[in-house]
Design a protein around this ligand. Structure first.
Ligand SMILES: [Fe+2]
Length: 269
C-alpha cells in the first residue's frame, strides 16, 4: 500500500475544497451538508481508533484514513440534486461517490491495486452485506469502513433524535421517515431473529431506529462493540423507541448478543 502522508494531505485539501463548493443560500440544504461533512471527519476519528486497536501498519492506517475521508463523498451531490439522503428515493450514494472521485481524477496517482481497494471499500460500505468474494486487504478495509461508519452514525442519530425531541421546531435536518408512533412487525421480527433487514422495508422513523439497533449483528470487530458499549449507543437509541413488550424483547435480545459476543472474545484472548 502506497498512500503516503503527503498524498493524504492532498486528499484532505481536495475534499474540503470540493465540499465547500456545495454551500449556498439555503439554510436547510447547508445544515444537511454540514451534517455529512462533520460525519466524515468523525468517521475518520473512529477509523483511527479501530486502526490502532487492530494494529494496522502506518501505511494501512493512511489507506484507512483515505477511505474514511471519501466514503460519503457522494452525499453532497446527492443532497444537492435530489434533496434527500435516502438512496431508495434518489441514487446509490456509494456508487455516486466513485463517480465523483473518478471525474476529479482524485485517485489517479495511486497504484491500481490500491485504487481498487479504496474504491471497493467505498462502493460496498452501504450494502446490506459485503460481496462474498472479497479477501485480503480488500476485505479488511471494506469491513473497517462499515464499522467506523456505523460508530459515527450511532453518535449522529442519537444526537439528532435528541435535538428533534427537545427542539423539534428548530430542527433543520432531513428525517428520512415519518415520525409516527408505530413500527413494522416485520422489522421487529427481523431484529429478533438476528437477520439483516432490507432498507426498503422501512416505513417509519421507529423502523430506522430498530434497524440501527440490529446493526450490532453486522459489526465486524470486537473493538467496535466495545466502543458501542462504552458510549452507550444502544441505551441511547432505546430511549427514543416506545416502551412496548416488542421493544423490550428487542432490547433483551440485543444486549444478550453483545454480552455473549464480548465474553466469547475475552475467552479467545
Ligand atoms: Fe455512506
Amino acid at each position: 500500500m502506497l498512500v503516503e502522508q503527503k498524498q493524504l494531505e492532498k486528499f484532505r485539501a481536495w475534499f474540503d475544497d470540493y465540499v465547500a463548493g456545495f454551500y449556498g443560500d439555503d439554510d436547510y440544504v447547508n445544515a444537511n451538508l454540514k451534517m455529512k461533512q462533520q460525519h466524515t471527519h468523525r468517521t475518520r476519528s473512529e477509523m483511527q481508533y479501530l486502526a490502532q486497536e487492530i494494529g494496522l501498519s502506518d501505511n494501512q492506517k493512511q489507506v484507512a484514513d483515505a477511505i474514511a475521508l471519501f466514503h460519503d463523498v457522494g452525499r453532497f451531490e446527492q443532497f444537492t440534486i435530489y434533496g434527500t439522503y435516502n438512496d431508495a428515493r434518489s441514487t446509490n450514494h456509494c456508487v455516486l461517490g466513485l463517480k465523483v472521485l473518478d471525474r476529479a481524477k482524485v485517485l489517479e496517482n495511486l497504484d491500481p491495486t490500491e485504487r481498487q481497494c479504496i474504491a471497493g471499500a467505498i462502493e460496498y460500505h452501504g450494502r446490506r452485506e459485503l460481496p462474498k468474494d472479497l479477501d485480503g486487504e480488500s476485505l479488511l478495509f471494506a469491513k473497517l469502513i462499515r464499522d467506523a461508519d456505523k460508530l459515527d452514525v450511532f453518535y449522529t442519530v442519537t444526537e439528532y433524535y435528541r435535538q428533534y425531541r427537545d427542539n423539534g421546531e428548530q430542527f433543520m435536518l432531513e428525517l428520512e421517515f415519518p415520525d409516527e408512533p408505530g413500527y413494522s412487525a416485520k422489522v421487529v421480527e427481523g431484529v429478533l431473529q438476528g437477520r439483516l433487514i432490507d432498507y426498503t422495508q422501512l416505513r417509519t422513523l421507529n423502523d430506522a431506529k430498530l434497524i440501527q439497533l440490529g446493526w450490532v449483528y453486522d459489526v465486524n470487530f470486537p473493538a467496535t462493540l466495545k466502543r458501542i458499549r462504552q458510549r452507550r449507543f444502544l441505551e441511547k437509541l432505546l430511549e427514543f423507541l416506545p416502551r412496548t413488550p416488542d421493544i423490550e424483547k428487542v432490547k433483551d435480545k440485543i444486549f444478550e448478543y453483545v454480552a455473549a459476543r464480548l465474553s466469547r472474545e475475552r475467552e479467545l484472548l
